[in-house]
Design a protein around this ligand. Structure first.
Ligand code: UD1
Length: 429
């Protein structure tokens, strides 16, 4: 078993304290999708004008993107969840290593600036430690469009005299590469075809935004995306789709603690793979339009879950799902297939009393086991969310350290949970 770390220098100066075992009642409203917003914000820079993005989630990843957008001399106005980005004075500056490494999605500026200026200089992106997270497929796409890439330590210089449409066959349906290639190709000469494109719903949101600017993209949401290059893109408006991962996280909480807990503002179809698993396990839930009502279920049937690309079971819900599996009566297997390091939360679940055998990326979970509150440590965004869920169902008090990971992607999580009865708060260390 890995050594467990509770606090080390450089970690978040705040911690989350949870008193477990309290039922959740009332309504949780779902915000805009993190993974859409972090692409829509850079995408706004492709327009020669002002773009309005509605329903932007209040997460720290958003703030990191704002810093980059401002560095590039664009003006941002914010009114609650609506932001306006004016890119008319955009300057193609080098994005520093400090800013690039604040979040994974900084890589979208590669595609955007390459697409707009045919030249970009920036550093390797940051993000959660859930795998090596290469960007070779993004770079392969840029090269196919005619770009030359040089790398000096961690800095990339990507340049083209001219970007020309090409057929790009992705060897893996990467979300980031699909979006970044759309950005680079949207103003290229001629037609680009992305084969084996990622089909995640966020990609449709981004293609809609670009099309409203004047782009000609068809096939988003399918495995073949066609982009006919255009000369100019205008300012426009878009709304971020609901966050299916945030929704899924609260839905899992409702499955274990709900007392008529309503999760509203969802698109049920986007969470179909999760709902199918919940049904199989006998979870008490009822979908009603854009909401779902959940009640705690005492007798959960065991099941096996394998994470897959959309529309399969999302990797981003694998860790929270594993907590539900600790409460099923019998043996469950949870297999992660997308990221090679998305298992950091398991040692902490074991410490809380879960019966889990981890073999690489395959966790065999024997339940049901009582979880006991203790000191634990978030190792990544979704693993952190899983530990909150574990703390909420545990007996006694759970203290979670290194919570910056969680705040990058879950807006107002403490308020949202307190409002439905959870005993959870955040305090300075
Ligand atoms: C996005 C999501 C993340 C989600 C993931 C898969 C954002 C900001 N993040 O991440 O929450 O978990 O999709 O649904 O939208 N790969 C390569 N080469 C590349 C790119 C990816 O080998 O150039 C591999 C990765 O190592 C990984 C797999 O492909 O094993 C999936 O990566 P990808 O779909 O690109 O994920 P992200 O876009 O980074």
């Amino acid at each position: 078993m890995k050594k467990l770390v509770y606090f080390k220098e450089g970690m978040s100066m705040e911690r989350i304290i949870i008193k477990g075992g309290i039922p959740l009642s009332g309504t949780i409203s779902i915000g805009g999708a993190k993974n859409s917003a972090v692409a829509l914000i850079p995408a706004a820079l492709l327009a020669d004008g002002v773009c309005t993005i509605k329903n932007v989630p209040n997460i720290t990843d958003r703030d990191a993107l704002f810093e980059i957008v401002q560095l590039l001399n664009c003006n941002i106005e914010q009114n609650d969840k609506t932001i306006r980005i004016d890119s008319r004075n955009l300057e193609n500056k080098i994005i520093s290593q400090e800013l690039s490494t604040k979040l994974r999605a900084s890589y979208y500026f590669m595609g955007v600036l390459l697409g707009k200026y045919k030249h970009v200089e920036m550093y390797f992106p940051g993000g959660c430690n859930i795998g090596t997270r290469p960007i070779d497929l993004h770079l392969k796409g840029f090269k196919a469009l005619g770009a030359k890439i040089t790398k000096n330590k961690h800095k990339y210089t990507i340049s083209a005299d001219e970007l020309k449409g090409a057929t790009i066959n992705l060897t893996f349906a990467s979300v980031g590469a699909t979006i970044n290639i759309m950005f680079a190709a949207v103003k290229a000469k001629g037609t680009t075809i992305i084969n084996n494109a990622a089909k995640e719903v966020e990609i449709i949101n981004i293609a809609d935004f670009l099309n409203k600017m004047g782009a000609k993209i068809t096939g988003a949401g399918t495995e073949t995306i066609t982009i006919d290059g255009v000369e100019r893109l205008e300012g426009t408006e878009i709304e971020v789709i609901p966050d299916r991962i945030e929704a899924g996280t609260y839905i899992l909480m409702g499955a274990l603690l709900g007392n008529n807990l309503k999760v509203e503002g969802i698109i049920p179809e986007h969470n179909r793979a999760l709902f199918e698993k919940l049904e199989e396990m006998g979870v008490d839930f009822k979908i009603d339009g854009n909401s779902v009502i959940l009640n705690k279920t005492d007798e959960l049937k065991p099941t096996n879950v394998t994470t897959l690309v959309y529309p399969g079971f999302p990797t981003d819900l694998g860790q929270p799902m594993s907590v539900l599996l600790t409460q099923a009566n019998g043996t469950c297997v949870m297999e992660e297939t997308i990221w090679e390091n998305r298992v950091g939360h398991y040692p902490y679940l074991q410490k809380m009393g879960a019966n889990i055998e981890l073999d690489g990326l395959v966790a065999t979970i024997k339940g049901k086991t009582k979880l006991i509150g203790t000191n634990i440590n978030a190792t990544d965004l979704r693993g952190g969310a899983a530990l909150i869920l574990a703390g909420l169902i545990a007996e006694g008090t759970t203290i979670i350290y290194d919570i910056d990971y969680i705040l990058r992607g879950y807006e107002n999580i403490i308020n949202k949970l307190s409002n439905v009865g959870a005993k959870i708060n955040i305090e300075e260390i």
